[in-house]
Write a protein that binds this ligand. Structure first.
Ligand code: F0G
Length: 457
């Protein structure tokens, strides 16, 4: 197999700055060992997130210039609406400033206290917005999806038996909608098969329940279906995406992922009554329905991004480059969630640093070591993010897994950047026993990972 080259050439560059290990140790100390406190100019390769970090194309920058900034009836809105109808097929488009705004508006309209919304795995903001409505967010991913080492082509699938059981136990009137996140970010960026979307849709429609997709990474999911699901090898990503959406009644979308923009999102759906209610809430906090908290130029860039994301050369390169990183880390003996996800590689820090107990924060220790060693920023997804403190005893409780996510921004880094990341891991693999455990110095009561302070033990 030949090298999978980046299917673009570089027209505008953004310098990144080298720092020395000694400088980085000082910066880590100043940041209280919390990588969210670093200034981005001190990061050489930033793998904190794939969200809002894409490089825009020349056509997107051109669209920015053509953006229509009219308060009402912007031409850019109608261009976006046409593009969204073409791919997603739904009647109503409601733009929002990002994914979580779409979630807040939708759940404010459909959810009432005491209700339950199932998903394969809810992303944190989705869960938080459901809980904010005093509802329960339930994860129903298949058992295979929770085992990091296990190989399965569609680890993001929903367990249909568990879904049926939940509907029977709680009653359909307690469930305003069922969701599926494509790809399943929380579960490792793992795809959902077409067969699974179809089966979940059939159960939903049997009980008269609407199905919504959290569609942030829909194009990556569509390409995984093409690569892995029999019967789809000759279909285009657009045909596959259209079929995925045909089984659902609507979507929430963070356009900061697979619409290749730095800011934006939307809700799209068929239900007239829900759409009218969502638009009323939108006007209250986001803006008039033809801009929804965005500038006209943002809508124009999003419409263009949606025209580019389903390009086969791009998607082939995208999934191959993530897999390239995962494969090389695996060869170095760095334990990763398998198979590689679409947008990120998740490292099992608890297994990699087996001399560090979960309550001594192996994920945070690895993320800090990765920055100190090579200037690479990642994010801990483990005991720091999801561990709990018993409010009565003050006892710390570990999360089920301690992962470190290397999320890959779209069209930003080249293969040589990834080779450098692999080389830094080769060094870390040799010196892993000397990576020190960590402890909290200070932590806030909610979403503690953003602002907590740490020390090395
Ligand atoms: N749903 C999923 C599956 C996501 O991954 C995200 C964001 C959202 C919803 C919320 O969208 O950020 O536009 O409000 N994920 C980012 C990440 C933040 O780093 O994984 P948003």
């Amino acid at each position: 197999m030949k090298t999978i080259i980046e299917p673009f050439r570089i027209k505008s560059v953004e310098p990144i700055r080298m720092t020395s290990a000694a400088e980085r140790l000082e910066l880590l100390n100043e940041a209280h060992f919390n990588l969210f406190n670093l200034h981005s100019e001190h990061v050489l390769i930033d793998l904190l997130t794939d969200s809002g970090t894409s490089a825009m194309s020349q056509e997107q920058w051109a669209a920015i210039m053509r953006g229509d900034e009219s308060y009402a009836g912007s031409k850019s809105f109608f261009e976006l609406e046409e593009r969204v109808k073409d791919i997603f097929g739904y009647k109503h488009l409601i733009p929002t400033h990002q994914g979580r705004a779409a979630e807040r508006i939708l759940f404010s309209v459909v959810a009432r206290p005491g209700m339950v919304i199932p998903n394969n795995n809810h992303f944190d903001t989705t869960r938080a917005n459901i809980e904010y409505q005093k509802c329960e967010a339930v994860d129903l991913v298949i058992d295979e999806g929770t085992k990091p080492e296990l190989l399965h082509p569609f680890k993001g699938n929903v367990d249909v038996k568990k879904l049926r059981k939940l509907i029977e136990e709680r009653g359909r009137s307690k469930i305003p909608m069922v969701m599926i996140t494509v790809t399943n970010n929380t579960g490792g960026g793992q795809p959902v098969s077409m067969a699974n979307i179809r089966d979940v849709s059939a159960v939903c429609h049997e009980y008269g329940l609407p199905l919504f997709l959290d569609a942030c990474r829909f194009a990556e999911n569509a390409y995984f279906i093409k690569l892995r699901e029999p019967g789809y090898e000759d279909k285009t990503p657009l045909e596959i995406a259209r079929e995925m959406f045909s089984y659902a009644d609507g979507v929430t979308m963070s356009a900061k992922k697979d619409a290749l923009v730095n800011m934006g999102g939307f809700i799209a759906m068929n239900n007239d009554e829900w759409a009218a209610k969502c638009r009323n809430l939108l006007i209250l906090t986001e803006g008039f329905p033809t801009y929804g908290g965005l500038a006209g130029r943002d809508l124009a860039a999003m419409a263009q991004g949606l025209s580019e994301i389903l390009d086969e050369d791009y998607l082939r390169y995208r999934l191959a480059s993530t897999e390239y990183l995962g494969r090389h880390l695996d060869e170095l003996g760095v334990p990763c969630v398998k198979p590689s996800g679409g947008h990120a590689i998740f490292i099992d820090a608890r297994a990699f640093l087996d001399h560090i107990e979960p309550l001594q924060l192996p994920g945070q220790a690895l993320a800090c070591a990765l920055y100190e060693q090579g200037g690479i920023r990642s994010v801990e997804i483990g005991t720091v993010m999801f561990g709990k403190v018993n409010p009565e005893t003050g006892e710390q409780l570990a999360a089920p897994m301690d992962l470190v996510r290397l999320a890959i921004p779209r069209r930003v880094y080249t293969q040589s950047h990834m080779d450098y990341v692999i080389e830094v891991f080769a060094d870390l693999a040799k010196s892993r026993d000397s990576i020190r455990p960590m402890a909290f110095v200070d932590q806030p009561p909610f979403l503690r990972h953003f602002t907590a302070k740490f020390k090395r033990l």
